[in-house]
Design a protein around this ligand. Structure first.
Ligand SMILES: C[C@H](O)[C@H](O)[C@@H](O)C(=O)CO
Ligand SMILES: [Mn+2]
Length: 411
């Protein structure tokens, strides 16, 4: 079937595929650097990852240097239609110097910015509050030791300055996302004290007078992690409250809730009380396992909510998965394209027909239409989008992914 006949079929339902394609072109996805090297980073390691972050697998080809990571990223972006962003963690500095976390400066990341300019990419940033000796207690900004808290506050303040400069250099908003692994393996007796310390540390870190033209603070909650099963200091309630009170972006990671909770459902509710949301689109399997995202119901529903609730312009879409058992570049490419496919499917929904049906309590119409829609030739619209953006799809894509993996598997 050709694109033209697919377009005509959608038109029968009152759906304009051209409008959907044009909108999709404008939606950037922030691809996370850490899928490329299994969350290792480029500094001298002094501590273990905390809070249950764990990449498993030993597929050949892990990027070991900033140059290797950039080469892999360039390939991945060339397989992903559209203009996108890179989400960089502070432990991915590119320098011969060995600054500790409380000593990092913009110059240690300048090569990333130069490269992003060349590639036409935006950058997002994250302080790294794990994989460091001063995080080995699984406590950082909420540590009872003032010295440790000060160390991490300094780190966070520096990342904000770096993020603001990155945003200014690239002329876009750089989201600086705070996730700390802080928590307790067993039941604490004074949760309140830990939460008060976390609040005070973030207050100290965040300078509300800083120019917001190029930088936003985001805060990321979590239900629990391995090693912090009894209490995560930065829980959902904590950060939902924090972001409302302090006007920060609220980060919702799909792996950070109870498995029966639906993150898509949270978007409309949270967005009534916070201006902007950052998504970490991920796939938890029994726990926060960070599997590569699929075109699963969870992801499709997230995209539908972004479109139907008109949230695309105040949501930053970031990805957060890491799988070291498969080609790392294929993971990036397929995962990111899956997010785009979900958005395209959402943009191809006949909302003008579904909304009135729902308002009239005609749930049969809603049910029948949403099910029949699944049979429309979505694949032709996606292929057309890829072709217009000079990206391969189907077997051509698979061949290119395999060739690239073959070229790096000797690393
Ligand atoms: C590496 C990221 O900061 C990390 O995955 C964080 O976003 C998270 O989700 C921790 O579980
Ligand atoms: Mn996350």
């Amino acid at each position: 079937m050709s694109y033209d006949s697919a377009k005509a079929q959608f038109a029968d339902w009152g759906i304009d595929t051209e409008t959907a394609i044009e909108r999709l072109k404008t939606i950037p996805i922030s691809m996370h650097c850490w899928q490329g090297d299994d969350v290792v980073g480029f500094e001298q390691k002094t501590g273990a990852s905390g809070g249950g972050i764990q990449a498993t697998g030993n597929h050949p080809g892990r990027a070991r240097t900033p140059d290797e990571l950039r080469a892999d990223l360039e390939f991945a972006y060339s397989m992903i239609p559209g203009s996108h962003r890179l989400n960089l963690h502070a432990m991915y500095l590119d320098t011969d110097e060995t600054p500790d976390r409380d000593e990092i400066e913009y110059k240690h990341f300048a090569p990333w910015v130069d490269w992003a300019k060349e590639q036409g990419l935006g950058l997002d940033f994250n302080p790294t509050f794990f994989a460091h000796a001063k995080a080995d207690d699984n406590l950082t900004l909420s540590h009872p030791d003032q010295g440790i808290r000060d160390f991490w506050v300094e780190h966070g303040q520096r990342t904000r300055e770096i993020a603001a400069r990155m945003g200014a250099e690239l002329g876009t908003i750089c989201v600086n996302n705070i996730w700390v692994p802080d928590g307790y393996k067993d039941t604490p007796v004074d949760r309140m004290a830990a939460r008060r310390r976390l609040e005070a540390s973030i207050d100290q870190m965040i300078d509300p007078s800083q120019d917001r033209a190029h930088m936003r603070d985001a805060v990321e909650s979590k239900l629990f992690g391995i090693g912090v099963e009894a209490c995560t200091v930065g829980s959902h309630e904590f950060y939902m409250g924090y972001s409302m009170k302090n006007d920060t972006v609220l980060c919702l990671d799909m792996g950070h809730f109870h498995p029966t909770e639906n993150v898509a459902d949270k978007l409309s509710a949270a967005s009534l009380f916070v201006d902007e949301i950052l998504l970490h689109v991920s796939r938890p399997m029994r726990w926060d396992s960070d599997h590569v995202i699929l075109q699963s119901d969870d992801v499709l529903q997230i995209a539908q909510e972004l479109v139907a609730s008109d949230l695309l312009d105040r949501t930053y879409i970031g990805l957060d998965f890491f799988d070291a058992t498969i080609s790392r570049t294929a993971a990036w490419v397929i995962g990111t394209r899956n997010m785009q496919k979900a958005l395209l499917r959402a943009l191809l929904m006949p909302l003008d027909r579904l909304r009135p049906a729902e308002d009239a309590l005609d749930f049969t119409e809603r049910f029948v239409v949403t099910e029949e829609l699944k049979d429309l030739p979505f694949g032709q619209v996606w292929d057309e989008f890829c072709a217009r953006m000079s990206c391969p799809s189907g077997l051509h894509l698979i061949n290119q992914l395999e060739d690239y993996q073959g070229s790096v598997s000797g690393r």
